[in-house]
Design a protein around this ligand. Structure first.
Ligand SMILES: Nc1nc2c(ncn2[C@@H]2O[C@H](COP(=O)(O)OP(=O)(O)OP(=O)(O)O)[C@@H](O)[C@H]2O)c(=O)[nH]1
Ligand SMILES: [Mg+2]
Length: 187
């Protein structure tokens, strides 16, 4: 097992219900695909991802509307080193996604790295990451340190599960490291 030697980051995983947050957390923690009968998250769960010698403590917040209204995520987001926001690329209505994201952005400072995951790229009607860059995110994420990756967390066919997840999180760790160094430098 790879031993953690660097830093522990606290990262919040947000997005509306069913976009694949827990599937992503499961894959990254265990290194193999999540069970197909994964249940909606109640309140929140915590996974630990060990990658490139860093540990990410991944707080996976249930995306059902009631949890947004209960504002469970607030204290986690406020204290987070980074934010991961997940979208189901096969959907066409992103009203609640925008609301979730807007809500979270109001709680974090501008330098906090944001990883946007356009998940479910295996589905035939999936919108490409570029679509979200141009239409969904541009307005909201101006001046933010964000980047976007298309991924597959759980392919029912089994072949593409996990696609691009490690690359996305490797890049994210680099951004988290840079952001932390900046903060230390400013002190
Ligand atoms: N086709 C496809 N299905 C996926 C993918 N990722 C997750 N799923 C499926 O999407 C459904 C919801 O996944 P979850 O991981 O539970 O979603 P969630 O975002 O954690 O949902 P909440 O806990 O309710 O917020 C499950 O049936 C998963 O198997 C993917 O990349 N492609
Ligand atoms: Mg979940």
């Amino acid at each position: 097992m790879e031993l953690p030697s660097k830093t522990i980051y606290s990262v919040v995983l947000l997005g509306t219900s069913g976009v694949g947050k827990s599937s992503i957390a499961f894959y990254l923690e265990h290194g193999y695909p999540p069970p197909s009968n994964i249940r909606p998250t109640i309140a929140f769960g915590i996974s630990h991802v060990v990658l490139d010698g860093s540990v990410i403590s991944l707080i996976d917040v249930g995306g059902q509307r009631k949890f947004l209204d209960m504002r469970y995520h607030e204290r986690f987001v406020k204290n987070a080193d980074g934010l991961v926001f997940v979208i189901d690329s096969s959907r066409r209505d992103f009203k609640y996604d925008e609301q979730w994201l807007q809500d979270a952005l109001e709680l974090i400072s501008e330098n906090i790295p944001i990883l946007i995951i356009a998940n479910k790229q295996d589905l035939p009607n999936a919108l490409y990451p570029d679509f979200f860059k141009r239409h969904f995110l541009l307005q909201k994420l101006q001046k933010r340190n964000y980047f976007i990756f298309g991924t597959v967390a759980a392919d029912p066919g089994g072949i593409r599960s996990g696609e691009n997840l490690e690359s996305a999180f490797r890049y994210f760790i680099e951004q988290l490291e840079a952001s932390k160094q900046n903060i230390n430098y400013q002190k």
